[in-house]
Design a protein around this ligand. Structure first.
Ligand code: ADP
Length: 495
């Protein structure tokens, strides 16, 4: 059980300046440069991280390649890899509170969410792929009798991973665990505003027995460190979660370099559709609020377009606004806070700009809209709701990645489908109805990777998450994620 005293004992511990982790060594960047890390809780300087340049990234990729070629991990038996990854999961669990508090000081997620969503989820992910790795086999094909044809799975080699700041451990583990389980060596670049907890997990992985060079961490700016990794000629696969703008760049970098495979999990503008026959309106209100505002809306699958049937719109909106206004926004390390801080100052300003744009385009501000708790020095924003939103407005088309919900009204199921699909994104959706036919029709008609029915969120590691349209390609989670990190080698034997 999470106790405030335990959190408070960790919240003000000094965080030592952090280094890169290359070939098992903790070291500064070659240039000696570092970046200051500010805590979104109060805007104070938390520590520094190394600012890796092209040379550092090159050394990290080389270390990964050498470890891969040595076979120390890539040729270890699945049973041996399983043992080490299990130990990683155990160590993450053992250090769960330390990791969660460190992560929250870095990125501002409310601690209750962070405990579940970060170390909790990362440990479960490592355990899932540890268990999976000796159960996923290749194929023996149907061939003419004088041939034996098979396809076996091989690790791809060196995997580059670039991850964002909203859930560094959860999303980091979605890339690391299947990539490592499959026998690859990895270079991971966390976001500059949330590197600390992933660096700690990499140390724990070494402690768990992962050989040096198999997991390397390079920190620094996306435009330098991330770009160097994405352009590197010796990275075989790049796995990314982040913005569409960066995702597009990564595809270009691949084309400009070695045509590495690039797997993207990008943004969303996910529709959450409430029909008048929703089985439980209170549950729909609660699900809509949680599906939107947890982690201040900094969630790629956030249900950021509430699409509500006209006949119940007024009553539903009244309840929704009351529920949003009742959320306690505050110090993310306080167990009483429902919502923590916006992860970084730049993002807070982007969120507030969207509020201005929505107002100027004629949407009605029904809740929130402002920065709060400014005296704390931290970056906090009220849960914000716009009503009277037209499906074509900027606020209904572009991902805010902050606590801003757009409410759009619809007449009938055709109208709901049309609005739901009227964005360039296709990541997630929600449908609230007691009519089974409506539910099935919506699941079939909505172009998104996941559709939640009478709930929003709560996905398990055993099911895939992947975007359609401009929300990305490839799948995180589930056994399907292993496809990104394995080659299929075909062999023909004649006899
Ligand atoms: P967000 O807007 O959520 O910060 P980004 O796509 O900018 O999303 O960031 C996600 C990750 O991509 C971060 O680790 C960031 O440093 C990295 N990144 C940003 N720009 C680039 C780039 N040009 N090349 C490679 N990585 C980048």
């Amino acid at each position: 059980m999470l106790q405030q005293d335990d959190i408070d004992a960790l919240r003000s511990q000094t965080v030592q300046p952090r280094t890169l982790l290359i070939n098992g060594d903790a070291r500064s960047s070659r240039s000696g440069e570092s970046l200051t890390v500010f805590s979104p809780i109060d805007g104070s300087e938390l520590t520094t991280i190394a600012n890796a340049g092209v040379e550092d990234v090159d050394e990290a990729v080389r270390a990964a390649r050498v470890s891969f070629e040595s076979g120390v991990w890539s040729k270890a038996s699945p049973a041996e890899r399983k043992k080490v990854l299990y130990r990683v999961a155990e160590l993450i669990e053992k250090h769960a509170l330390e990791l969660a508090v460190l992560g929250v000081r870095d990125n501002g997620t409310e601690i209750r969410m962070a405990m579940r969503g970060e170390p909790g989820s990362a440990a479960a992910t490592f355990r899932y792929y540890a268990e999976a790795i000796d159960k996923v086999a290749g194929e023996v094909a149907a061939t003419a009798v004088n041939y034996f044809g098979m396809a076996q799975r091989e690790p791809v080699g060196v995997v580059g991973a670039i991850v964002p700041w909203n859930f560094p451990l959860m999303i980091g583990a979605w890339k690391l665990a299947p990539a490592l389980a499959a026998g690859n060596s990895v270079v991971i670049k966390p976001a500059e505003s949330a590197s600390l907890s992933l660096l700690r997990v990499a140390e724990l992985a070494l402690e768990a027995g992962l050989p040096a060079g198999v997991l390397n961490v390079v920190t620094g700016r996306g435009s330098v460190t991330g770009e160097a990794l994405a352009l590197h000629m010796d990275v075989d696969v790049l796995a990314f979660t982040g913005s569409g703008t960066t995702g597009r760049r990564l595809l270009e970098y691949s084309a400009q370099s070695n045509i590495k495979r690039v797997f993207l999990e990008l943004g969303g503008k996910s529709p959450n559709i409430v029909f008048a026959d929703a089985p439980n309106i209170d549950a729909a209100v609660e699900g809509s609020v949680n599906g939107m505002f947890r982690n201040s809306g900094q969630v790629c699958v956030a249900g950021s377009r509430l699409i509500i049937q006209k006949s119940i719109a007024d009553a539903f909106i009244t309840q929704l606004v009351a529920a949003a206004n009742a959320l306690i926004v505050g110090d993310p390390l306080n167990l009483d806070s429902d919502i923590g801080a916006i992860s970084n100052e730049e993002q807070l300003h982007k969120d507030l700009e969207f509020v201005d744009i929505a107002r100027n385009e004629g949407a009605t501000l029904a809740a929130g809209g402002s920065r709060i708790l400014e005296d704390s020095g931290g970056y906090y924003m009220q849960p914000t709701i716009f009503t009277g939103v037209d499906a074509q407005m900027t606020i209904a088309q572009e991902e805010v990645f902050g606590p801003v919900l757009s409410v759009i009204e619809f007449d009938d199921i055709e109208d709901a489908v049309r609005i739901a699909n009227a964005t360039p994104f296709g990541l997630a959706a929600g449908v609230w109805t007691s009519n089974l036919t409506t539910a099935h029709r919506m699941v079939r008609s909505i172009r998104s990777g996941v559709v939640h029915v009478n709930c929003y969120g709560g996905a398990a590691i055993s099911l895939p998450l992947g975007g359609m349209k401009q929300s990305g390609n490839g799948y995180d989670r589930s056994l399907h994620a292993l496809d990104k990190f394995t080659n299929l080698k075909t062999a023909w034997f004649s006899h």
